[in-house]
Design a protein around this ligand. Structure first.
Ligand code: ZN
Length: 233
């Protein structure tokens, strides 16, 4: 099975459009989204519509939950909270229902898909250190577990190997963020995973960062949300 796996789109339509174009070049069997379609960015409905059309597998992110009352506002920082209040007012009834019904995790073709961590999918813990990442392997039974949430891409095998797939090992793949990368690289991030040939890679894609920043400002969203995209922070 050849997957393209997207995460943390955060209502960034320019980035999502470019990532989907790039993903289709490798003719995946299935496109999966591991959450946070909305929050921070200016195009929540457009991004949900595209994800609904293109992704056969979608799981809930904390911002998706925050936009429809499934995750309490106090768990977000100030900019995140302001953007979620704005997002809540934009959502169509159909898209609100879609977010309302997203599952916390999905297992498909020897891969587990979950937004933050397979240990406690609805606790939104950050798998941000090698130590935490190592603890994850006992919490999924498939060969691959795809996550997002930190907005920092990485591939880790259970034997400690990074950035490559090891035969017979489990793998934790953080696919990075489509719409708000935070690894100092402003290019959109997603992952390609082939469970038959045992190959995985992180792909980076240029998009029009300034167009998204302008739309964020025009929507009246916090300035920092526009500025950070330029730096990938
Ligand atoms: Zn996110």
């Amino acid at each position: 099975m050849r997957f393209a796996v997207l995460s943390d789109i955060h209502a960034n339509l320019e980035a999502l459009t470019k990532v989907l174009q790039k993903a289709y070049e490798s003719e995946p069997d299935l496109i999966a989204c591991v959450g946070d379609i909305v929050g921070y960015g200016p195009y929540p409905n457009e991004c949900i519509d595209l994800i609904r059309q293109q992704c056969a597998c979608v799981v809930l992110g904390n911002h998706d939950g925050g936009a429809v009352g499934r995750v309490p506002p106090k768990s977000f920082n100030t900019e995140g909270r302001i953007a979620l209040e704005w997002t809540r007012d934009q959502l169509t009834t159909s898209n609100r229902e879609f977010l309302q019904n997203l599952p916390a995790s999905v297992v498909s073709y020897n891969a587990t898909f979950v937004h933050a961590s397979p240990r406690l999918p609805l606790d939104w813990e950050y798998v941000a250190t090698l130590r935490t990442a190592t603890e994850m392997f006992e919490h999924f039974s498939t060969a691959y577990c795809c996550i997002g949430h930190t907005h920092i891409p990485s591939i880790l095998a259970a034997d400690g190997t990074v950035n490559s797939i090891r035969d017979g090992q489990k793998h934790l793949i953080n696919v990075g963020s489509v719409g708000q990368p935070r690894d100092g690289n402003p290019r959109a991030s997603f992952a390609l995973l082939d469970t038959e040939t045992s190959a995985a890679s992180i792909i980076r894609v240029e998009y029009d960062v300034s167009a998204t920043a302008t739309a964020i400002r025009q929507a009246g969203l916090p300035e920092f949300l526009a500025k950070r995209l330029q730096y990938g922070i």
